[in-house]
Design a protein around this ligand. Structure first.
Ligand SMILES: Nc1ncnc2c1ncn2[C@@H]1O[C@H](COP(=O)(O)OP(=O)(O)OP(=O)(O)O)[C@@H](O)[C@H]1O
Ligand SMILES: [Mg+2]
Length: 234
């Protein structure tokens, strides 16, 4: 699978007079990209811009030749997002309907969608979930459902916004291994530097700006030092 080219061109987001992202410029070509930054630094806002869910106040995001905000149909084939909270993502009463929905959006007929849904559930050993109520799933099961819904749509890029929050150790491990093995480009937002230390590139956001971008070995030690300083531990 060829890595798509993600181009963030002078992206700013403001709400009223408040600047949330300020003039971000970055070209991302790698297969594993981590994003770190303090609470409120703008990571989730950037994730939403990358997926075209919010329109930048100025600038734009392109993946290959697709303008992600302007071309919604093109965008959903290019990029999918796993939100920080799966309850913000799941909208259908049953697991099968939830996965079907994304597949219908990219143009599959109802029977085609159902067949692909069954294949995706079978891949994760969860075919018996097909008629299960989404509300009855645990947090980790909901995360897995969201991941299956995105994978079924086969986007080139998947954004993970703190996918491990609230998950127990075995579930983290299983999901972590699943993420590792994905051929797609991953953009992984995390507060855990260890989760991204083997990645190709790390982007450190601070107060809505790119503080540093580079190899994990360059960015993460400086980030950790800054976090220790901020917590008064050095
Ligand atoms: N719709 C909005 N209206 C007003 N302010 C917003 C809106 N969305 C985000 N913000 C503000 O923008 C800043 C960045 O928020 P964002 O959720 O992107 O941060 P984050 O880096 O993902 O934080 P966390 O690590 O806590 O998830 C925060 O100060 C937040 O309060
Ligand atoms: Mg966030």
């Amino acid at each position: 699978m060829k890595n798509p080219h993600i181009s963030i061109n002078q992206v700013s987001v403001s709400v009223g007079s408040r600047s949330i992202l300020c003039d971000l410029d970055a070209q991302l070509n790698d297969r594993r990209i981590g994003i770190v930054g303090r609470n409120g630094s703008g990571k989730s806002t950037l994730a939403r811009c990358l997926c075209g869910l919010i329109k930048p106040t100025s600038g734009r995001v392109q993946i290959d030749d697709i303008d992600i905000y302007a071309d919604r149909k093109g965008a959903i084939q290019k990029i999918g997002i796993l939100f920080q909270n799966p309850d913000h993502q799941i909208i259908y009463p049953t697991v099968g309907e939830e996965i079907d929905f994304g597949l219908r959006q990219i143009g599959h007929t109802a029977p085609q969608a159902r067949e692909k849904t069954r294949q995706m559930l079978a891949r994760f050993g969860t075919l018996d979930w097909i008629d299960r109520q989404t509300a009855s799933l645990s947090q980790g099961q909901k995360q897995l459902l969201c991941l299956m819904s995105i994978l079924a749509m086969e986007p080139d890029v998947i954004v993970l916004d703190e996918p491990f929050s609230g998950l127990d150790i075995p579930t983290r491990r299983i999901l972590g291994e699943t993420f590792q093995s994905l051929p797609q480009t991953l953009i992984h937002i995390t507060h855990d530097p260890e989760a991204i230390e083997t990645y190709d590139q790390v982007l450190w956001l601070d107060a809505g700006q790119i503080h540093h971008i580079g190899l994990p070995s360059q960015v993460l030690p400086r980030f950790m030092d800054a976090m220790m300083t901020a917590s008064g531990l050095t």
